[in-house]
Write a protein that binds this ligand. Structure first.
Ligand code: ZN
Length: 329
């Protein structure tokens, strides 16, 4: 959900890319790929056989991971990877402990990605805390918001956490270090300024804030929110506007391909991309960052997708593939 209930800002020149939209560029790429497909595919298959690791991007995408690679699996991995057995430990102990963490392998090895699950399921019970105003550089805004729900009560905050966890599992399988802004490990929040700070302090190579929208029925589809150029107080997005657009376009293309969803029909002029200057999480970021609104929880058809675990896995795959493409994996 957007961080306020005001209508989206009018489309400005800044919100429309002067470049061909992502889907047009992808179409060109698809034609080129199709022309090269026979040899490229053979080479790709050979690479798979020889190295056991794919390019992580297009063309041919590996199929969805097996069901065991679902929400939560990444948490244990992350914990175990930080465990370093003491060299003085007795042999009997070291045999039962997992081996020292090997250096991460994969196209995202050495990269840090911060995932920001929008809102918090506890925010509904902590309205006084989240209503507190925080400084977003250009303005002051509420610390956080409750987010929306489907008509049947599935909370946006549940959705964002689930998609984020699935995304983490996929990113970690590609070698990335993944940092969450929260993981159901705090009663509310964090505030939007802290969410931005977590990405900055992690020196993230990419940051994605996961959301779903809550507008009237009939409005459908996904959109990516890109940072506008803003400067004021602690906010200065001049260095991230360009790379964030690249990140956003790549996620948009991959998300559409992975989920079958179309760009939002109610804003962004059908591009699936919107530029905003009023979000603290973007204004205060010094790292490439976008928000993704995965669909409209208040539309029955979109809600049917958002409440489907299988669809959420596809959403996570689309987000992951966009990040991989952006980071050149
Ligand atoms: Zn939201």
């Amino acid at each position: 959900m957007r961080y306020d209930d005001s209508p989206p800002p009018p489309e400005s020149a800044a919100s429309v890319s002067p470049d061909p939209p992502w889907y047009a560029r992808r179409s060109t790429l698809a034609v080129a790929v199709a022309a090269l497909a026979p040899t490229a595919l053979a080479g790709w298959v050979l690479t798979q056989v020889l190295t056991g690791s794919g390019p992580g991007g297009q063309p041919p995408q590996p199929k969805a991971l097996p069901a065991s690679h679902t929400a939560g699996a990444g948490a244990g991995d992350a914990k175990s990877s930080t465990t370093t057995p003491s060299p003085a430990a007795p042999a009997s102990a070291s045999t039962s402990a997992s081996a020292p963490a090997a250096p991460a392998k994969g196209p995202l090895a050495g990269r840090t990605v911060v995932i920001d699950p929008g809102h918090n399921t506890g925010n509904f019970k902590h309205t006084s805390e989240i209503d507190r105003q925080v400084d977003i550089g250009t303005n002051r805004k509420e610390c956080d918001t409750t987010g929306t729900t489907t008509n049947s009560g599935y909370m946006e905050a549940e959705f964002t956490l689930d998609v984020s966890r699935r995304t983490r599992t996929l990113l970690e399988s590609k070698g990335a270090k993944v940092v969450f802004t929260h993981d159901a490990d705090r009663p509310w929040g964090p505030c939007i300024d802290e969410r931005a700070r977590i990405g900055n302090e992690a020196k993230a190579d990419a940051v994605v804030s996961v959301h779903a929208d809550g507008v009237s029925a009939g409005n459908r589809g996904f959109h990516i929110i890109l940072p506008a150029t803003v400067k004021g107080g602690a906010a200065d997005t001049s260095k991230i506007v360009g790379p964030s657009r690249d990140l956003g376009e790549r996620i948009a293309g991959n998300f559409a391909r992975s989920t079958g969803s179309v760009p939002a029909n109610y804003l962004g002029s059908g591009t699936g991309l919107v530029v905003r200057d009023d979000l603290g999480g973007l204004n205060l970021s010094t790292r490439p960052k976008v928000f993704i609104e995965c669909g409209n929880m208040r539309d029955a058809k979109d809600a049917a997708q958002l409440t489907s675990p299988e669809w959420r896995q596809k959403a996570a795959e689309g987000i992951t593939n966009g990040i991989v493409g952006f980071l050149g994996g």
